[in-house]
Design a protein around this ligand. Sequence first.
Ligand code: TRP
Ligand code: SF4
Length: 326
Amino acid sequence: MERVFSGMRPTGRLHLGNYFGALENWVRLQDSYECIYCIVDWHALSTDYEDPRQLSENVRSMLVDWLAAGIDPERSVVFVQSDVLEHAELHLLLSMIIPLSWVERIPTYKEQLKEIQGRELATYGFLGYPVLQTADIALYGAHKVPVGEDQLPHIEFAREVVRRFNYLYGDVLVEPHPILNKTRRLPGTDGRKMSKSYDNYIALSDPDEQVLERVKSMITDPARIRKHDPGHPHVCNVFSFHQVFNEGATKELTELCTEGRIGCVECKMNLYGLIRAFMEPMRERRAELERDVKLIDDILASGSRRAKAYARETIEKVRSAIGIKR
Ligand code: TRP
Ligand code: SF4
């Protein structure tokens, strides 16, 4: 079976946008690949080093969301980056062979330096972000890396680094290929991109009342004043949500809405029901996980043990290829 590796920065509780943007694919890939999923806390530190207090709590809450969403720690290796020190060793060794111009020209680097305000990101660690990401992937000999479009330059970079390593020291590392996440784009409740910083999200762990509140607050077609006014679903954010949660019924809803045969309040209540039904199985799994506090520790311990076994193997090969094996 081909091997898949992917990582996610521990941002704490995940929202529906994270689910449809990445996690849904990760869950599905477990059926056809040997999957290794990593909580990349060192990557988070590269931008949040000034305030790392939340980090370990965020690692745990994100893991609970992964498991609730269907990541299966029996089938897949699930672990935390900082538990496997080999990531640091490979990062260091790779940094020796990477021309500075390669890291400096990565578009995400330049953009984020400009975009992320209020933090000093002109650091050595942040420049090395894609080097660490390359180490993550190469350490597990991953063939495939599921990512969003924004990450494609990093995977391309990883491929170049692997080729350079193999050119210098022999065929040791595996060249990875991206798998573009088949994403279902779910906007935030205000129509912008769903994001914690916009406070327009529905968390996977939100209670019903919160979900209802968010759904009620959504803006619908502003041209509809009375219930029987014809609506324009394509300018309505509630409709975008229906397209994700009930793909099969969008034609019917389009007709009902444009012919003024459904009111927006009813339409929102239907959506609320769909989101609840979607979240219900996750909620049950979450409750199980919360009942047994030791479970999370056990999963992390066994994940890092399994990850370490792969990582050791690669590091031994890398050391002897370079010729620094003791
Ligand atoms: N940089 C990725 C992101 O921000 C996270 C990440 C770290 C990653 N290491 C990885 C993704 C390895 C894929 C493979 O989304
Ligand atoms: Fe939007 Fe539904 Fe109202 Fe149509 S009926 S405008 S789809 S909320």
